[in-house]
Design a protein around this ligand. Structure first.
Ligand code: XMP
Length: 532
């Protein structure tokens, strides 16, 4: 999502120190989207997990000393010639293994079972029945004998490998669960990691705690304690600076580093004038007054508006904002000249993404924390092992207010990319008001946390309306609200009509110059979440 970049510069050692002797589950990635979700579920069970590519060798796996291994699902068929595979030496490591979907089929194929086309396949909710005529299931013992699960497969294991028993079946998967307690290898055809499998998390927990014997030690309290020590060891008596954007990632990174090194940290908050209503004041209030941090507040709105005058092309806007941001940040650095460390809010998904093939650039992302390589700093990235939900939990634990911990993602270039055409102070003021109403109504409706992002967009067109007996010729405002897991894909949010209506009527009545409201019902793909 962000390009805060250079994940392996500087803070890898610090990150390792944080994990310390936590037992680690390695999730082998056979198709990216599944692996991340599995790793998150493992951590929800309070066990630390990381994702590794399937090209890893058994020796490399052994070197990482995993406490358990999980094979993810994947989009291919194990029966095609160049299907992703894994070094079969992994089965001799004696480490407990759970294979999910593709992962289960791969286990069956590599250990001598049989995988075939399963008729029409099974997609979506499916019922799995525990077999009653075989040795009892160890993996699903505590779960209902018939359970609804989420399937997404064409192939299926037709015959388990020698030494394994099939302990459950569905209509299209005769070996929906396979087990070999002797070898400590298990496999399920369905997806326990998705929310549509109601007992999925219990199955993962059973594997981790009961079968692999792992303790539940990955907690955010432990993480904070270990991080504080690691940050102190990295920074020593040096000075660090941190660019605050108001977003949750940089906020939590700053709060954590502040807990570790106190006044050795200085935060720099560049107010670009392109933030949401009152956001600037709130950032200063939270960090300077409540958290007691050293904060340099740079009021740079005039410089940004001057630079953006006449700029209308989206990529030009993004570049202009990104470049000016770096210049302003560098000027501010004058106040902390001896700072050698730069704190960044890089998260684990950024680290994973940078390790995979590069996708085509759809938009050049500018991340407020993501300063370029030639700024001469050593990076401190205390969140580089965390998923977003864990970052929120850490923020909460550190006493940051809900408005920051639960703040929706906001693009680095701010409202600049939500105003189509030229960005002027007047247009920003108008959009801030409309945007504040959208978010407030969402909060009143109690939908704030289930919606990934909801905001207003101001297009550069005018529309005719009638108010009282007068003809108006004003601005339309577009409401955009999406649900998403990770911003890579998104669906337009089915906000109830009455909530949309309150948003629309308040915007028209309270924001001068607006006479029409439209709702964007485009998913991603083909649209993107932002309009520019
Ligand atoms: P799109 O519009 O590409 O956005 O679907 C995906 C997610 O990224 C956010 N976004 C940005 N975040 N710098 C950021 O840090 C950026 O330049 C940027 N542009 C978009 C967007 O709000 C959504 O959450």
């Amino acid at each position: 999502m962000s390009d805060s970049g250079r994940p392996d510069a500087g803070s890898r050692a610090e990150a390792e120190a944080v994990v310390g002797d936590q037992p680690t589950v390695l999730v082998v990635d056979f198709g990216a989207q599944y692996a991340q979700l599995i790793a998150r579920r493992v951590r929800e069970a309070n066990v630390y997990s990381e994702i590794v590519p399937h090209s890893i060798t058994a020796a490399e796996l052994a070197q990482r000393d995993p406490a358990a291994i999980i094979f993810s699902g994947g989009p291919k068929s194990v029966r095609v010639p160049d299907a992703p595979s894994i070094d079969p030496g992994v089965y001799d490591l004696g480490v407990p293994i759970l294979g999910i979907c593709y992962g289960q089929q791969l286990i069956a194929q590599q250990l001598g079972g049989e995988v075939g086309g399963g008729g029409a396949g099974e997609y979506g909710r499916t019922v799995v029945h525990r077999s009653s005529d075989v040795v009892s299931s160890i993996l699903t013992a505590d779960l209902p004998a018939d359970q609804t699960v989420w399937m997404s497969h064409f192939d299926a294991v037709q015959r388990p490998p020698e030494g394994f028993v099939a302990t459950a079946a569905s209509e299209g998967a005769p070996c929906a669960v396979i087990e070999s307690p002797e070898r400590k290898i298990w496999g399920v055809q369905y997806h326990p990691e998705v929310a549509h499998t109601p007992h999925g998390q219990e199955l993962i927990t059973r594997f981790l705690h009961d079968l692999a014997g792992l303790p539940a030690t990955w907690t955010m309290e432990n993480f904070i304690d270990a991080s504080v020590e690691a940050i102190r060891a990295q920074v020593g008596d040096g000075r660090a600076i941190c660019g605050l954007s108001g977003g949750v990632d940089s906020a939590v990174a700053a709060a954590l580093v502040h807990k570790a090194i106190g006044p050795q940290l200085t935060c720099v908050f560049v107010d670009t004038g392109l933030m949401r209503k009152n956001e600037g004041d709130q950032v200063v209030e939270t960090f300077r007054r409540h958290q007691g941090m050293e904060l340099i507040h740079v009021r740079a709105a005039d410089r940004f508006f001057e630079r953006l005058a006449g700029v209308t092309e989206p990529e030009d806007k993004r570049k202009a904002i990104g470049e000016l941001f770096i210049r302003v940040f560098e000027d501010a650095r004058g106040g902390v000249e001896d700072a050698r460390f730069l704190v960044q809010g890089t998260l684990y998904p950024d680290v994973i993404e940078s390790g995979t093939a590069h996708a085509a650039t759809i938009k050049s992302h500018h991340n407020v924390g993501g300063l370029p390589e030639d700024l001469d700093f050593e990076l401190v990235e205390p969140l580089r092992l965390l998923f977003k939900d864990e970052v929120r939990a850490v923020g909460h634990e550190l006493g940051l207010p809900d408005e920051i911990v639960w703040r929706q993602p906001f693009p680095g270039p701010g409202l600049g990319v939500r105003i189509i055409g030229e960005v002027t102070p007047e247009m920003v003021a108008l959009l801030q008001e409309a945007d504040a109403i959208v978010r407030e109504e969402l909060r009143i409706a109690g939908l704030e946390r289930e919606i990934w992002q909801a905001f207003a967009v101001l297009p550069d067109i005018r529309t005719v309306g009638v108010m009282g007996d007068e003809r108006t010729y004003g601005h339309p405002v577009i409401i955009r609200a999406v649900t998403s897991e990770d911003a890579m894909t998104a669906d337009w949010a089915r906000i109830p009509y009455d909530v949309l209506e309150s948003m629309a009527s308040r915007i028209i009545n309270e924001v001068p110059g607006v006479n029409r409201v439209a709702y964007d019902i485009t998913s991603k793909p083909p649209g993107t979440i932002e309009w520019e």
